[in-house]
Design a protein around this ligand. Sequence first.
Ligand code: FAD
Length: 372
Amino acid sequence: MKILIVGAGASGMVAAINYKRNHKDDEVLVIEHLEQPLKKILVSGNGKCNLGNSKIDFNLYNNPEFAKQIINGYNYKEFFSSISIETKLNGELAYPVSESAVSVKEALLLEGHKRGIEISYGEKLIDFSVNNQIEVTTSKRKLVVDKLILAGGLKSSPKLGSDGSVLDILSKHGYKIRIPQPGLSPLFTKEKTRTIDGVRVKANVSLVSDGKLVHKELGEVLFKEHGLSGIVIFNTMSLISREPKKTHKIYLDLLPDFSDEYLKNYRNSHKFSEFLLAFLNPKIANYLRDRFKNENELFSSIKGLEFNFDKSYGFDFSQVSIGGVDVSEVDEKLMSRREKGVYIIGELLDIDGPCGGYNLTWAFASAIKSTK
Ligand SMILES: Cc1cc2nc3c(=O)[nH]c(=O)nc-3n(C[C@H](O)[C@H](O)[C@H](O)COP(=O)(O)OP(=O)(O)OC[C@H]3O[C@@H](n4cnc5c(N)ncnc54)[C@H](O)[C@@H]3O)c2cc1C
């Protein structure tokens, strides 16, 4: 048997390794249009690679039932240990003990090499057709293969390789697709935030979509010149991208550790300027003074500072794409229902999760499921 895997990224490399472990006599070729593999792995988790999560909450994926069906049974500890990467937890987030994404990349390549997997760089999938056999056209040659695994990712951070080209091919083949939107990225707000650019605050962030509260999360928010950033904002951006037609407002509780009651009492027993000094970063206090006409309005904004969503920072700043091939297009082993012998894995499928190891978990688990 000859197996072709498109994309030497997170899911493609794990699929190649797992396939070869289960079918050692088959020939496995990975094509990668860049000159290097695993570019996204190298930058993941700020260079530390948050490769898993010990307490995955499936409800945080956009399609919990499907994600659960594929991920159940996958054990990141077991898989990474089998390629000499021991893991440790920071809270529930799993990292390699080395705290280095380079070691994850090296271990995947070493295992691939040991098992005789061939990787061809600078070779791009152009198209394929499925009749009695799978005929593949790449930028370098024509191939006939028995199984084709598509692991080309979607459109986030295109400099790292995922340019949406595989999705375009599947779109031409008639697959049902949800048009990708940037997820896990900073966002622009209609309100200017230039004077607090660079300020970080711990805030309780609420997302209200078409007037309905849909998400609340505590975390660090980083103000940008024209908007908001930080992990909690990345997660919020993904939820916005899942509902692109709705109107979204973001509210920040700037003092999540203090109750309304406590703040009211403090304010009543102090001058307003003393109250602001006691609780707020002076830059934030000045920003609020500029934004609100009177002290009562300013005071109310502290536990619910409103921002109107404008747009995301785009795919260049996005860690995961929202959308992709509809999961109804694949069976429980991720084989296409339209084109026998073709498998679709990783981000290419319409599954996304929040920050915290959810997206690499999906990429690795789907790779393993498709190659059992
Ligand atoms: C900055 C950043 C940090 C991140 N940090 C984390 C983290 O810590 N934890 C986490 O869980 N997730 C993280 N993610 C998300 C995670 O990296 C992705 O979800 C995951 O890499 C997706 O895996 P994939 O195999 O589907 O796609 P990719 O890893 O994007 O791999 C796709 C590969 O296919 C190649 N390719 C594309 N088209 C073609 C073609 N036509 N022909 C040949 N090759 C092609 C690409 O060059 C690429 O190598 C992060 C993402 C970014 C951008």
